[in-house]
Design a protein around this ligand. Structure first.
Ligand code: GLC
Length: 429
């Protein structure tokens, strides 16, 4: 079975190849997505290293002057998708793109490629290093507003966890722009609407995009005066982990001059993690920056503290208790939202389903922090759910049913790089 699934996974990645970069899945997501491409490179690297580097290079081709790497790189329009380039009305390095970013996993993926690279590939890592450094710096300067020690976002789409109930506080506090032009959603033509975000949520997402566009994508204005500003442990932990991985790459490449700057980010990232600690539920939670209000649910982002290597022993113990409690209620891995929290829905996108890339990072963190049993359970859970349902975008964590997009690139990639292995692919550090 593994052999067949390996073949299927490679076929999906080849089918979704658009000439040097890979789309997440046809029709629903017909462009290059930022963190998707990073995970996709991990999978491609198992059979074609040249193509894996190229995936990342095409991502960094669209790096904006200020260092941001956008969440979607459009290259050319596609009538199947909304909101496309005519709605965002911006570009990065001359390429039509969205005006927000996505979780910065790139440095961590580059580290993985470098660790397994023959010496001849180090030069490629060198040029990606510069782009990655600039992007990490962008997060530090443009997504940590005055007075907030943590990484924030101006749009749920930037976090990659689009309609997670974590965003409800910020979404409720904002109004839909009364001048929002009417629009037609395409996502619900390609996927079951009951598994997608609601219309009310979409109006607010598009209001946020309109605000950015109306302000020429001036990131300072968007952060300071925009409709939405929430701090996200997901972005924060992934960024902090990426800083640690970037530091390793810098050492290998002999770039000692940048170490003090990276060290200052790591120090700030560790201290900033405290901002997310919610005593009420004893976990790292999203926070609305303007009101200081905490989200009240344990999400799969809360579980990334191990991956970032932060927290006191007590904070780690509490987090572990949540992970183990939730694992008893699901059959397959960590869901995107606590099954005991309000608004859990096992098949609605980020309100419950299991997402492979989040489980990969959580598991990696657990393995590194000496919790190998749970780490391996998460890997095998993903393996079993793929064996049961195929390469879906995400999965019902209780029944194992595949949800939303089919023939999904990051699921295929993480099968090849992680879940499909016969022996644990990740060992404790
Ligand atoms: C959805 C997901 C996001 C992902 C994108 C493409 O918007 O929420 O995380 O990057 O699809 O797969």
């Amino acid at each position: 079975m593994t052999e067949t699934l390996n073949q299927q996974a490679m076929a999906i990645l080849q089918k979704n190849d658009r000439g040097g970069f890979t789309i997440p899945t046809a029709r629903l997501y017909p462009f290059q997505w930022n963190w998707d491409s990073a995970f996709i490179a991990l999978g491609i690297a198992t059979y074609d290293r040249e193509r894996a580097w190229q995936e990342l290079e095409m991502l960094t081709d669209a790096q904006a002057d200020d260092g941001m790497i956008p969440h979607i790189i459009f290259r050319k329009d596609d009538a199947d998708y909304f909101p496309g380039p005519s709605i965002w009305q911006t570009e990065a390095a001359g390429i039509p793109a969205s005006g927000i970013s996505q979780p910065p996993v790139l440095a961590s993926i580059v580290r993985h490629l470098v660790e397994t690279a023959p010496a001849s590939e180090l030069a490629r890592a060198g040029s990606l290093f510069e782009s990655t450094l600039r992007w990490q710096r962008w997060y530090f300067h443009y997504r940590r507003p005055e007075g907030c020690p943590a990484i924030c976002t101006v749009h749920p789409w930037e976090t990659g966890r689009d309609n997670c109930p974590d965003w409800d506080i910020g979404m409720r506090a904002m109004a839909v722009d009364p001048d929002l032009p009417s629009y037609k959603r395409k996502d619900i033509e390609h996927a079951d609407p009951s598994q997608r975000p609601s219309h009310e949520e979409y109006d607010k997402y598009i209001t946020m995009v309109k605000f950015g566009r109306d302000h020429n994508w001036d990131q300072s204005v968007i952060v300071n005066n925009g409709p939405f500003l929430m701090a996200d442990p997901g972005l924060h932990f992934i960024w902090l982990r990426a800083c640690r991985d970037l530091r390793e790459i810098a050492v290998w490449l002999g770039k000692d001059d940048v170490l003090p700057e990276i060290d200052s980010w790591i120090e700030a990232g560790i201290a900033g993690a405290e901002y997310f600690w919610n005593d009420a539920i004893q976990a790292y939670c999203v926070r609305d920056v303007r009101s200081g209000t905490f989200s009240d649910g344990f999400s799969n982002a809360s579980a990334l503290c191990f991956y970032a290597d932060v927290g006191s022993q007590a904070q780690r113990d509490h987090t572990l208790e949540h992970i183990r409690r939730i694992a008893k209620q699901t059959k397959f891995g960590q869901p995107s939202w606590d099954p005991e929290a309000a608004r859990f829905e096992s098949q609605r996108y980020w309100c419950g389903p299991l997402w492979c890339q989040m489980n990969y990072m959580i598991s990696k963190g657990l393995a590194e922090q000496g919790i190998p049993d749970l780490a391996e359970k998460m890997r095998l859970d993903l393996r079993h759910v793929i064996e049961l349902s195929g390469f879906y975008e995400c999965f019902d964590p209780i029944s194992g049913a595949g949800c939303i997009g089919q023939d999904f690139s990051w699921t295929a990639a993480l099968w090849l790089a992680w879940a499909g292995y016969d022996a644990p692919a990740i060992q404790a550090a």
